[in-house]
Design a protein around this ligand. Structure first.
Ligand code: AMP
Length: 306
């Protein structure tokens, strides 16, 4: 079975949407990525850090889902990363209210010995120095995928660019792609980002789907139109986890296969937004995933002579 190393935050989130408000609940990029990637036939290991305030039951849940958590360091006298956000009425945009790095501020990631030969590495959203540290410890990776956000572009752009230079795939949202490239057109933004290093550029557009760019080719995956979007938190990470998990399990990193991976990512993300935080991701079944896959096919299939 191929190995997939995931680095990212394991966090407490407090979320406000037009539908309600949560206290501190389980969140974090690595958590969402792990929850979706672990649905595939791949050996997923999380690398992260939490404080002594992080409930053991959350770690148990990850283990029960088949994730290896030896790379999650627990700093007993520290506090877990905390993020709080408020969504606008359209649910497509949000304001970050609080970002407390806490134990993440001096995190030195250690990839467990038995995962240093991992074939696939998913650099989830967190400090680029930590992403770089994981890259340096996984020299055999055949596919490296990076996710990041405007927060790191604002405060650590030069280091982030060094990480971007070394990855095969970058997944970012449309606004971040514009910020990173200085281009408004997403086609031009993808071109500029290709020049920075990644052979594949995935631009996520929330409820408007995702675009995959490679060598002048473009593929588009819609998001499933849903009656109710309850909480979009973690949708991007869940998408990245489905994408990475599918590719790691198949061992085929071609453009054709990435198209399928994007559909899987979109499929998982469509579940994530149906409840607050990780709730829905903890309950989905393989049958539900298969049913939705058929809905994705029906959504974009049409007959026409060209
Ligand atoms: P997403 O909605 O896909 O952007 O991901 C939301 C998750 O990212 C939340 O669970 C947060 O804990 C986490 N998060 C928010 N801000 C940051 C940050 N600056 N660095 C790393 N993770 C973050």
């Amino acid at each position: 079975m191929s190995k997939l190393v995931v680095v990212g935050t394991v966090a407490f989130d407090a979320i406000e949407t037009p539908f309600g408000k949560t206290d501190k609940i389980l969140g974090g990029a690595a958590t969402f990525i792990g929850l979706s990637a672990s649905h595939f036939n791949t050996d997923v290991a999380l690398v992260s850090v939490v404080g002594g305030d992080f409930p053991q039951e959350y770690l148990e849940m990850m283990k029960n889902r088949g994730m290896n958590i030896d790379g999650i360091e627990v700093v007993e006298d520290g506090k877990t990363f905390f993020w709080s956000g408020r969504y606008h009425n359209d649910m497509n945009s949000r304001d970050t209210l609080v970002t407390e790095l806490n134990v993440l501020a001096d995190f030195n990631p250690i990839v467990p010995e038995e995962y240093k030969d991992a074939e696939v590495v998913m650099l989830g959203n967190l400090h680029p120095a930590v992403q770089m540290g994981v890259l340096d410890q996984t020299p055999n990776a055949q596919l490296v995928i990076l996710d990041t956000m405007n927060f790191w572009m604002d405060i650590e752009l030069e280091l982030l660019k060094k990480v971007i230079e070394r990855v095969d795939v970058i997944t970012i949202n449309d606004e971040e792609a514009r910020q990173l490239s200085g281009e408004y057109s997403l086609v031009n933004a993808a071109k500029k980002i290709h020049e920075m290093g990644p052979k594949y550029v995935v631009i996520k557009k929330g409820e408007h789907g995702a675009l995959l760019f490679h060598n002048g080719d473009i593929f588009f995956a819609p998001a499933l139109p849903l009656e109710e979007v309850f909480d979009p938190t973690g949708a991007g990470d869940t998408f990245a986890g489905g994408f990475a998990g599918f590719l790691a399990a198949s061992g085929d990193y071609s453009f054709e296969n990435m198209k399928r991976a994007i559909i899987y990512g979109s499929n998982f993300a469509s579940f994530c937004v149906e409840r607050f935080g990780t709730e829905r991701m903890q309950s989905i079944t393989n049958d539900e995933i298969e049913t939705r896959l058929k809905q994705f096919q029906a959504l974009t299939k049409f007959e026409m002579k060209a």
